[in-house]
Design a binder for this molecule. Structure first.
Ligand code: ADP
Ligand code: MG
Length: 373
């Protein structure tokens, strides 16, 4: 890659200004993201964090030049991006490896696509395989590897092209907990010790702890349509430890920002069905999940730390937020500074008999409930 002519370390690598993306669905336009301003500087590890459907992957595709923005500007090294961005690569959740090629051949193929001469390919592929910790597996086929190992081949293949900006789209979310943790640690090792020439990393995740563990800056997104809510700097020193108080405090702060943005604004609450105006749909969460959440809240004395509850109930952000939002919409709970609070109505509902709740369930049209407080 020719970096000498274009790279100025003081420059932002990437600059998005007022980026919007609309998808055309049949005859209609659907706005996926709007007003996105984002810049990435050399040396930064930035996480994009937000619920499913808020446009995280859309932004990555725009940055990689695989999709174009509908409006706004995308610049790389200060120049407008045209076509595919040669300085980036995306690692996806499940890296598509060629099943009929060995580990080494799967990495070499990326080098071949970049025009690296045959003689050099094997040497570079072997080095990368070693870097990601797959030494000894060069001749293995993807089917012989665990999910974590396959994703390592994915990383090796992405790194083969020496991207200046490495884009990762939920790269650990398809892995089991232990493999994900190991691979996160290995990526941080490579990144912090500058074992890879990558200048910046942009990672999409919906895992708050993962973002706090890895990033220098967390960009929080909300949806309908996708937009940036806020940014939180992470200045904790590496290696970071999940149990440290400072780590936990930051996780709380991020939870508060994420949960806060799902809270409906007063004016957005809507009207009764049949009345003029907008009715606000309830998020697609099950009433019994909400009942479970209310019971947990009663057990905890009416107030609980959202982050701790998500962990106790083993709920991902994408599962937890719609339930929290439903509780808020029905007036059963409210969110305050990352804590979830039970309202008197919520307590009455939680205390009601199963029969009463079932009846209440029938009364609540989950798809199109009126907004109540
Ligand atoms: P995320 O990665 O945050 O889950 P996406 O960027 O994949 O979100 O999607 C954002 C929104 O755009 C979603 O509502 C999704 O359904 C929609 N979307 C994504 N890709 C397309 C597409 N190619 N055509 C139409 N709609 C799309
Ligand atoms: Mg996505």
């Amino acid at each position: 890659m020719n970096t000498a002519t274009t790279v100025n370390q003081a420059d932002n690598l990437l600059d998005l200004k007022m980026v919007a993306k609309a998808y055309r669905l049949e005859a209609k336009e659907f706005l996926a993201v709007r007003d996105v301003n984002l810049c990435i500087k050399p040396g930064e590890f930035v996480c994009l964090l937000g619920p499913s459907g808020c446009g995280k992957s859309t932004l990555l595709r725009i940055i990689a030049g695989l999709n174009s923005a509908t409006s706004g500007t995308v610049s790389y090294h200060g120049l407008p991006l045209k076509g595919v961005n040669p300085y980036t690569t995306i690692v996806f959740q499940t890296f598509a490896l060629y099943p009929w090629l060995t580990v080494q051949e799967n990495v070499e193929i990326a080098l071949k696509a970049r025009g690296v001469p045959t003689a050099e390919r094997s040497q570079r592929a072997l080095k990368l395989i070693d870097i990601v910790g797959l030494d000894g597996f060069e001749s293995a086929y993807p089917r012989e590897l665990s999910g974590g190992m396959r994703q390592k081949v994915g990383f090796a293949r992405a790194m083969a092209v020496e991207p200046e900006l490495l884009c990762l789209d939920e790269p650990f979310s398809a892995l089991d907990v232990l493999s994900a943790e190991a691979l996160r640690g290995e990526l941080m090792e490579l990144w912090l010790n500058k074992k890879i020439p990558t200048k910046a990393i942009l990672m999409v995740t919906h895992n708050i702890e993962e973002a706090v563990f890895m990033a220098d800056r967390i960009v929080i997104m909300g949806k309908d349509p996708g937009h940036i809510v806020t940014e939180i700097a992470v200045t904790l020193r590496h290696p970071r430890h999940h149990k440290d108080t400072a780590f936990q405090n930051l996780v709380d702060k991020v939870y508060a920002a994420v949960a806060g943005q799902s809270k409906p604004k007063e004016e957005a609450l809507g009207t009764q069905p049949g009345q003029p105006g907008v009715t606000r749909p309830l998020p697609h969460s099950q009433l019994n999940a909400l009942a479970g959440l209310l019971e947990k809240l009663v057990d905890e004395g009416g107030r609980v730390d959202l982050y701790r509850m998500g962990r106790d109930l083993v709920l991902e952000l994408d599962d937890l937020l719609p339930i929290v939002e439903a509780g808020d919409l029905l007036g059963f709970t409210t969110v305050q500074e990352g804590d979830l609070l039970l309202t008197p109505l919520g307590r009455a509902y939680a205390d009601a008999s199963i029969l009463a709740r079932t009846l209440a369930g029938y009364c609540l049209d989950l798809r199109n409930a009126p907004a109540r407080r």
